[in-house]
Design a protein around this ligand. Structure first.
Ligand SMILES: NC(=O)c1ccc[n+]([C@@H]2O[C@H](COP(=O)([O-])OP(=O)(O)OC[C@H]3O[C@@H](n4cnc5c(N)ncnc54)[C@H](O)[C@@H]3O)[C@@H](O)[C@H]2O)c1
Length: 324
């Protein structure tokens, strides 16, 4: 039995080589367990240094069926971009589920990006039209990239309409995504052009307690699906009300966020992702309905994937062993 602590830097985590298809599959297992109430995941406590939209959240979870237990300590500081620093940073501790011993500490940026994209794709598996081929991306950063990477795994994606307030970021995104996924990427000058006529819409700008609510009712096409990675920041309440099914990844966590002042004007919740994965609640029922999920990002997403990263790193001799 290992008694040391394996430290994995961001480069080590990437070098372990876990891929998006594996991450989507692991999330599906985790959400089925959650649907069966076989996971432990208290709503995330947080602190808010500097106030505003800054946060540092503690995200513990235990998934018995996956022998996965641990915690992520993750920050989001929107003004970091002006300092040339990443918006999202943090660490994850993975514990041995049988002894409680901490077994690994890893940078969590790559995992956060990948599992959030995977959660969008898993939601889309139940909520989007299977023939969805056009994706509108608003916010061309880390999430804009990983959400597309995940969607490409499950859907016949051909065309992307990309909007970012930073035109250079949108152009870099277009080049990168075209090269990586052989999709055509059109940079659009207005948010509306990324929403209308898209089969799948991903909004991934900064999370704001007071939404800027740019996307209006009537923009989203019939039959489209939207993933609100940046919560309801981008969406006018009337645009959300125009959907037939408004979902989330975890209803209790959504209610918790509401007590903190987020999601003040959302529609009734149709289902959470555990209920969709188990088939307890229906996903899309007609090609015409508009569907939407506001996935909050859950500790079970991280804990479902972290053991594979650690085990693969151990097999490949990646990382730095430390004494406890
Ligand atoms: N729900 C979840 O599970 C989850 C998980 C991780 C991150 N997030 C959220 O996803 C969002 C994106 O995170 P990221 O790591 O990709 O950040 P990032 O800094 O890599 O990218 C954000 C991009 O959005 C652009 N942007 C800013 N305002 C915009 C606007 N109004 N319209 C369009 N683009 C705009 C920026 O120029 C930047 O390119 C953040 O709000 C973050 O909190 C959510």
């Amino acid at each position: 039995m290992d008694t040391g602590l394996l430290y994995l830097s961001k480069e080590d985590v990437i070098a372990a080589g876990v891929n998006m298809a594996e991450i989507i599959d692991l999330l599906e297992i985790a959400f089925k367990e959650k649907g069966k109430h076989q996971t432990e995941m208290p709503p995330k406590p947080g602190i808010h240094p500097g106030g505003g939209d800054n946060f540092i959240h503690a995200m513990p979870a235990y998934i018995p069926a996956m022998k996965a237990a641990g915690i992520k300590w993750v920050s989001g500081f929107p003004d970091n971009l002006k300092l040339g620093l990443p918006y999202i940073t943090g660490l994850l501790i993975l514990n041995d589920a049988e002894t409680g011993l901490p077994g690994a500490v890893m940078d969590c940026v790559w995992l956060t990006g990948m599992r959030t994209g995977a959660a969008t794709a898993l939601s889309a598996r139940y909520l989007a039209r299977p023939d969805s081929s056009v994706v509108g991306v608003l916010g061309c950063g880390v999430q804009g990239r990983t959400n597309l990477e995940a969607l490409v795994e499950l859907f016949p994606i051909q065309k992307i309409k990309a909007f970012d307030v930073d035109a250079d970021a949108a152009r870099r995104y277009a080049d990168d995504m075209h090269k990586r996924f052989s999709v055509s990427v059109e940079v659009v000058a207005e948010p509306k052009a990324a929403v209308t006529e898209s089969d799948i819409i991903v909004t991934a700008g900064p999370i704001m307690k007071k939404p800027h609510a740019t996307i209006q009712a009537g923009w989203m096409a019939e039959g489209a699906f939207a993933s609100l990675v940046d919560f309801d920041s981008y969406w006018h309440p009337a645009a959300m009300q125009a959907t037939a099914k408004f979902c989330t990844d975890d209803t209790p966590q959504m209610r918790h966020y509401q007590t903190l002042g987020y999601f003040k004007n959302i529609p009734a919740i149709h289902a959470d992702l555990g209920e969709l994965a188990l088939g307890e609640k229906p996903g899309r029922e007609t090609p015409e309905e508009r569907t939407m999920t506001a996935n909050l990002g859950l500790a079970i997403d991280d804990m479902a994937v972290a053991p594979l990263i650690v085990n693969t790193a151990k097999e490949k001799g990646i990382g730095t062993w430390l004494d406890l």
